[in-house]
Design a binder for this molecule. Structure first.
Ligand code: ATP
Length: 238
């Protein structure tokens, strides 16, 4: 049996920018199951935390430990950025690219890409250049491309930030299906409604630190910090 990549354990992690600490020290364990929503005001460090967990940040202190060697852990996780990043090629090519990188034969990759395009409602846009898609379509493509390799964990940085209700609902449906099929999800959002719809766990951040971390039901029912309580009331939290 293949060893799972999770749990992921981050210990004493610090990220600095121009010698200023923007994250940490953070201790966080991402267990094998669940959908974690990262909440917090602008500049709290949500993006930096996701990037650090995914291995995109150089840590000034501390470390992140996966259950498998780092190169394997890298290959078995995905990341969806707030602004989708696409190849300047067709929708089909964007979807087959990660599969081809993993060594899948072209016809098999194309078949899988068609299946995923249908799941995200892009089956009629397969030959269209990806940069011509609308924002919502690009984000759905980015999500499909991150999920097509069946990663064990996916990090998402406010994937619905500039999308309307319909596109947001479509993305949430895809995420819930991925979660139901066993993909671990860690996602930053500003949208409390979205957090309530999706989260099984919540990480609440302020000024580069995790100030609350635990089951979503307990966080929403009785937040421990006044800042989290204010956020849930709809007040402005700075
Ligand atoms: N390239 C950079 N150079 C200097 N400081 C940065 C840089 N990127 C981020 N920061 C700082 O790091 C801190 C954390 O930023 P981060 O983007 O992680 O927050 P966030 O919670 O994701 O915010 P938002 O909700 O606005 O996306 C902020 O104080 C920000 O100003």
């Amino acid at each position: 049996m293949v060893t799972p990549v999770l749990p992921l354990t981050m210990s004493g992690a610090v990220v600095k920018r121009r010698s200023k600490i923007v994250l940490g020290p953070v201790d966080l364990t991402i267990g094998g199951q669940g959908l974690t929503i990262v909440l917090g005001p602008n500049g709290a460090g949500k993006t930096t935390l996701l990037r650090a967990l995914h291995g995109l940040e150089r840590l000034a202190q501390g470390d992140t430990v996966w259950q498998v060697p780092l190169d394997q852990a890298r290959a078995r996780q995905g990341f969806v950025f707030q602004s989708p990043i696409m190849l300047r090629r067709s929708v089909l090519d964007n979807l087959t690219y990660p599969l081809r990188l993993n060594g899948m034969a072209k016809p098999e990759a194309a078949q899988m890409a068609r299946g995923w395009a249908a799941r995200v409602g892009l089956d009629r846009a397969l030959e269209q250049p990806a940069p011509q898609l609308s924002g919502g379509e690009q984000q759905k493509l980015a999500l499909a491309r991150a999920l097509i390799t069946a990663p064990e964990i996916v990090f998402l940085d406010e994937p619905c930030a500039s999308l309307d209700g319909r596109a947001t609902r479509e993305i949430e449906t895809i995420l819930l299906a991925a979660h139901a099929s066993g993909t671990r999800i860690v996602m930053a959002t500003h949208d409390i409604g979205q957090a309530k719809r999706l989260a099984t766990e919540v990480v609440f951040m302020m000024r580069g630190a995790i100030v609350e971390n635990g089951p979503a039901a307990a966080f929403f029912a009785s937040p421990k910090t006044p800042q989290a309580a204010a956020l849930l009331r709809g007040d402005i939290v700075e």
